[in-house]
Design a protein around this ligand. Structure first.
Ligand code: ATP
Ligand code: HMH
Length: 478
């Protein structure tokens, strides 16, 4: 059930960067974190004052120990220090057939001072880059890499120059790159800011893939200089990919996480700020403010998906009844099944109004429905009927929040659907779920509440996927 990541990086005893930061980021994303330490450093918020390298064979031994025991979804690499350790990381990717590797280059400082030997850079470019799903350089590192690969230098005057730099890296063999424009504030027209004290300037990330470039601007936080933002970004991308988020969304969420961690960073030591790595606990697993408009055929597709999701919920509730040891618990499952049955009758009625007869879809499940069934059954087995109720919450909440305020006095193709959403049975459905949760809430221990929140988050993400499938022209349900 749990996603897993391994970080191959250096240790920062003061907890601000390196292995310690990576593990905090994994945990903040509910990902089980493992590590292979490449070097022990002595550092704090002021600076680094000692490095003790781990011999390459012992780095290999750590990775072997993890991989031979626990499955690993994603590897993230940080400071690899020398060619011998870099070679181990490359060999391990091949030995364990790791498909998703996130590489934070850590080859140069922000000012462009090279931190590694030229032979390291050669091996890095020839062997690690082709194995990386995504590279997360700052602008100095991206510039050095391009220069080493193609002899080209691109001066940065505008964000379009960063896009060209990224596109050239992709054309030279990087699958995907996200460039962090450290130390370069951009103006509102995305030219480089002449005056960095301007209050409205932007900190910019540019994602470059074979399909194009995406600028992700963030508010410039001039007063916040913190250590570990590169570790935060790359580990968050690794964790999101481990959690099956697609690459563009993994990047957008990780940028939001890093920005939030920096905004709420605090002054623990005497030097740089310390990031608030726990900041993911208070951000939503999707972007806010998205507006979705459906056509009638898309609504039909959505109704079919929702029908099967309702059936899945009822089946999962039946499974919890089967594994309950007392009549009261079985009765709770039965009540949920009854609520779903009533909801389903109305749902089929709506389907009919949109020209869908049950014969067309009850025996034909879109592939997504099986993933949803796996999720809801797993929730039922682990967290019982309470877990299922939490997983069922997003849909009626969306319905109540979005549709109940809509005006249906004028004729329109969506009126039957909106009327259904405004229907008292739908509201009863939500209220009975909320009442049940409310009555059990006081008996729950904090760990259980945490688990239920995670289920709610996963269920919200699945609702979003159902909507994405609905809007995707390539997938059909019939
Ligand atoms: N929104 C932002 N506004 C202004 N500065 C930012 C913003 N986001 C990140 N930064 C700054 O960019 C710098 C990142 O620099 P750099 O690439 O050297 O990484 P780092 O934070 O030192 O990470 P690490 O210590 O993990 O290498 C940090 O000082 C950070 O405060
Ligand atoms: C061990 C380690 N890795 C990465 C960085 C970059 O922040 C650091 N300071 N220390």
């Amino acid at each position: 059930m749990f996603s897993t990541c391994i970080t191959v990086a250096g240790s920062d005893c003061s907890g601000g960067a390196g292995i310690q930061a990576d593990l905090k980021v994994f945990t903040a994303h509910s990902v089980y974190g493992m590590s292979a330490i490449t070097a022990i450093t002595s550092q704090n918020t002021i600076g680094v004052n000692g490095v003790h390298l781990i011999p390459a064979p012992f780095v290999e031994k750590q990775i072997d120990a993890c991989m031979l025991d626990v499955k690993c979804d994603v590897m993230k690499t940080g400071m690899l220090f020398n060619p011998a350790i870099l070679k181990v990381a490359i060999d391990m990717i091949d030995r364990y057939k790791l498909k998703t590797v996130v590489v934070d280059p850590l080859i140069a400082t922000r000012k462009g001072v090279l931190l590694v030997l030229p032979s390291y850079l050669d091996l890095f470019i020839k062997e690690l880059i082709p194995r990386a799903a995504i590279l997360t350089p700052n602008i100095a590192e991206a510039t050095i890499l391009l220069k080493h690969m193609t002899q080209e230098t691109i001066e940065i005057h505008h964000v379009d120059d960063v896009k060209i730099l990224g596109a050239r890296l992709v054309a030279s063999g990087c699958k995907n790159v996200i460039i962090r424009c450290d130390g370069i504030p951009f103006d509102t027209d995305f030219s480089v800011c002449k005056d960095s004290s301007m209050p409205s300037s932007w900190y910019v990330y540019v994602l470059c893939t074979s399909e194009g470039q995406l600028t992700v601007p963030q508010k410039w936080l001039s007063t916040k200089t913190a250590k570990g933002t590169s570790c935060a970004l790359s580990s968050a991308i690794a964790a999101n990919l481990a959690n099956h988020v697609d690459l563009p969304n993994a990047v957008k969420r990780s940028v939001a996480y890093t920005q939030h961690a920096l905004e709420s960073s605090f002054h623990l030591g005497r030097g740089a700020n310390s990031l608030d790595y726990s900041s993911s606990f208070s951000y939503l697993p999707f972007e806010q403010g998205e507006i979705v408009s459906l056509s009638v055929s898309e609504l039909q597709k959505y109704l079919v998906l929702k029908y099967h999701m309702l059936v899945n919920n009822a089946q999962a509730a039946g499974m919890t009844a089967f594994s309950s040891s007392n009549i009261a618990a079985i009765e709770r499952s039965a009540k949920i099944i009854q609520v779903i049955k009533e909801e389903n009758e109305i749902h089929l009625e709506i389907c009919k109004q949109y020209g869908l007869s049950p014969e067309q879809f009850v025996d034909r499940k879109p592939a997504f429905v099986n993933s949803h069934a796996g999720f809801i059954n797993d929730v039922g087995q682990r967290e019982g009927v309470l877990g299922i109720q939490v997983a069922m919450l997003p849909f009626p909440i969306i319905i109540q929040d979005v549709f109940t305020t809509m005006d249906i006095s004028q004729p329109g193709p969506f009126n039957p659907f909106i009327a259904h959403c405004k229907d008292s049975v739908t509201n009863q459905h939500l209220n009975s779920l909320l009442d049940n949760l409310e009555s059990e809430a006081s008996t729950l221990i904090p760990e259980k509440v945490q688990m239920l929140i995670r289920i709610l988050e996963q269920s919200l993400s699945l609702e979003k996927i159902a909507l994405d499938i609905t809007l995707d022209n390539e997938t059909t349900v019939f």
